[in-house]
Design a protein around this ligand. Structure first.
Ligand code: ADP
Ligand code: MG
Length: 260
């Protein structure tokens, strides 16, 4: 993507290939007196991989959570595929299916088998038959390399395997976009790459992705765009090549000097 289209948070983002799938416009959010999201504007096009980085407490998780309405916003607007976020009911359940999310903590259903974890959503929300859901689930479990664990309970799997099941579970809903909020930060080091590789493959296959991570190698390798957040704001955004070689703001320079 050419640099001039993504230089600052406030510049209008030119429409390029692929329509805007996630559109966050002038979003503000407070927790009490804490202004946690400050006039956030972020457009993500179909097929784009956006990696959000920034110091702890800068609002990255909150932003992700507002996009599938786990959190409400005070003002502004969020649209997925052109439609404003629904507030409740079936429409909200469908939105959550359209916006797959994988969190830092393993959030599988503990008392359901791996296979059931992946089939429940499609049966409940997408109205799939049990056999259809199972067939698709096994396909997806195979794709993330854990099909041989299908009958186990989540606790019997390693953290890396559990995160890959979580990815399969989200994919089973045929999401339009996938959100990842530090999916590897609770993993033992030797398991990080298996999850990042799964995500990188997904990115290559054209999935639209918003990824919060501290894994700069992943950002370099898989991101179309890096968005740097600090203190509730998008401070700068650019291609990974430009961002890492040439950070513009003092805050980004400071952040990178600490982690690279
Ligand atoms: P990040 O993911 O970038 O580390 P978060 O979005 O989790 O940042 O948090 C941003 C700020 O909002 C932090 O100061 C955090 O303490 C605060 N915060 C997050 N969730 C809540 C909440 N549910 N209630 C009150 N404050 C919160
Ligand atoms: Mg966070």
């Amino acid at each position: 993507m050419p640099n001039e289209t993504v230089s600052t948070a406030t510049s209008p983002i030119a429409v390029e290939t692929g329509e805007v799938l996630v559109q966050v416009t002038n979003v503000n959010k407070h927790y009490g007196s804490l202004h946690v999201l400050k006039d956030i504007n972020l457009d993500v096009r179909r097929g784009e991989v956006v990696v959000i980085i920034g110091p702890s407490g800068s609002g990255k998780s909150t932003l992700c959570r507002t996009i599938n309405r786990l959190e409400t916003i005070d003002d502004g607007e969020i649209r997925i595929d052109g439609k404003p976020l629904p507030k409740e009911g079936k429409a909200l359940a469908k939105l959550r299916a359209d916006v797959g999310m994988v969190f830092q903590s393993f959030n599988l259903f503990a008392h359901r088998s791996v296979l059931q974890n992946v089939t429940l959503g499609p049966m409940k929300v997408r109205g799939k038959s049990s056999s259809e859901a199972k067939e698709r689930a096994m396909e997806l479990l195979k794709r993330v390399g854990v099909d041989n664990q299908a009958d186990k309970l989540p606790a019997q799997l390693s953290g890396g395997q559990q995160q890959r099941v979580a990815i399969a579970r989200a994919l089973a809903m045929s999401p339009k976009v996938m959100l990842f909020d530090e999916p590897t930060s609770a993993l033992d080091p030797e398991m990080i790459n298996e999850v990042l590789d799964t995500m990188a493959t997904l990115a290559k296959q054209g999935m639209t992705m918003i990824v919060v991570t501290h894994e700069m190698g992943f950002a370099r390798r898989a991101a179309d765009r890096v968005v740097f957040m600090a203190d509730g704001q998008i401070v700068e955004q650019n291609t990974p090549e430009e961002f890492f070689a040439n950070p513009q703001s003092d805050r980004a320079k400071d952040f990178l000097s600490k982690i690279l």
